[in-house]
Design a protein around this ligand. Structure first.
Ligand SMILES: *Cc1c(COP(=O)(O)O)cnc(C)c1O
Length: 371
């Protein structure tokens, strides 16, 4: 029987060799490979500065913290994302204010943001969900109008573009995750890119115990975190950055195949937007109402195919429901639908086109039988 998992990272012998070299060198933490990785991310994104840290959640927490966002403040986030987006806001003591998403692209519904801005709002944090950039121009306009920070959770979107500008290339702050479920991975890891030199300097101080140099002498100038990345993690992902664009090209072929094979089904399919090209970190469809997703997942599993839901309706998870008392189905219908009827299909660089075809054929048959 076929065995097609939902996702597997593409780790090659040259990646492993790069890690071994670092392990043998004895220099294990935040050294020259972290610096090289930061330089590589400046190149990939076009950003002026890049700061590598220990994971994607740490990128979000660190940027909110150094910007002084905390108790009494509000940060606008999409209702549909990985929970880490909102958790980072909770971790600094601020309140995440949720805005529903658009089922065509699963990104924040930009038309619904302004109504959620209050005198307490400090930042808008769009997510480039599943590897497709959110529509940034209207969000940028709101940030200028209300003097807010635009902080992009680009965890899934390395290599994507918005109106031909690379994701992170023209950003006050955008952050990426290097978790194994993302396009390229260091195991655990994250990177913040920024156009702002002062912000980059603060991020560097706070990721490393508050260490800074005053008149050439090292001192501890802040109560910082230890959010450093190891050098062997940096070497692991640095080697993968060379394959990033060929991997995205392959995933675009797979996505085209899925879009073509599944087009006659009564499901909502993802697509590129006129302003952004998808990088297909996840291929996520919305099943029709009345189709039992668990049954679809189980039937796919019978055929050796891994599938899962794609992201959470965060206000519908227990912590947020209990803390804020949301009726998520009424308040965030699109996010709620995505959480309960969304289906992520296998999508990764090592997935062969013929296996994607097998996935599509089986999904088609299963949905036709179930309906
Ligand atoms: C993966 C992810 C994160 C968290 O990244 P970690 O490296 O797992 O901490 C945050 N936001 C989004 C949108 C993600 O997909």
């Amino acid at each position: 029987m076929k065995n097609i998992p939902l996702f597997i990272p593409d780790i090659q012998d040259s990646d492993i060799a790069a890690v071994q070299d670092v392990l043998r060198s004895g220099m294990l933490v935040q050294g020259k490979y972290v610096e090289q990785l930061e330089a590589a991310f400046c190149e990939i994104t076009g950003a002026a500065h890049a700061v590598a840290v220990s994971n994607g959640t740490a990128t979000l927490h660190l940027m909110l913290h150094v910007l002084g966002i905390g108790k009494g403040d509000e940060v606008i986030v999409p209702a549909f994302s990985y929970v880490a987006t909102a958790n980072a806001v909770e971790l600094v003591g601020a309140t995440p204010v949720f805005v529903d998403v658009d089922t065509r692209n699963w990104n924040i519904n930009t038309a619904a943001i302004e109504a959620k801005i209050t005198s307490k709002t400090k930042a808008i944090m769009p997510v480039h969900e599943f590897g497709l950039s959110a529509d940034l121009d209207p969000i940028r306009d709101l940030c200028v109008k209300y003097k807010l920070h635009l902080l992009e959770d680009a965890a899934c979107a390395v290599g994507s573009t918005y109106k031909e500008v690379k994701t992170g290339g023209n950003s006050f702050a955008a952050s990426f995750s290097l978790h194994p479920r993302k396009a390229i991975t260091s195991g655990e890891g994250g990177i913040i890119v920024t156009s702002d030199a002062a912000l980059a300097a603060q991020l560097r101080v706070y990721r490393n115990h508050g260490i800074s140099y005053v008149n050439g002498e090292m001192d501890f100038v802040a109560a910082g975190f230890n959010y450093r990345m190891t050098d062997f993690q940096a070497a692991l992902v640095l080697n993968q950055t060379h394959r990033l664009h060929s991997q995205i090209a392959h995933k675009r072929k797979l996505a085209a195949l899925y879009l073509n094979q599944l087009k006659d089904l009564n499901i909502i399919m993802p697509s590129d937007m006129e302003y952004a090209e998808h990088t297909w970190q996840t291929f996520h469809v919305l099943l029709p109402e009345g189709v039992n997703r668990a049954a679809v997942i189980a039937a796919l599993k019978e055929k050796g195919i891994g599938a899962s839901y794609g992201a959470q309706c965060i206000p519908d998870t227990r912590f947020y429901k209990e803390k804020y008392g949301y009726d998520a189905a009424a308040l965030f219908p699109a996010a709620y639908a995505g959480f309960h009827r969304g289906l992520a299909l296998p999508m990764y660089p090592l997935l062969a086109e013929e296996d994607a075809k097998y996935v599509a054929e089986n999904l088609k048959q299963i949905i036709e039988e179930i309906q």
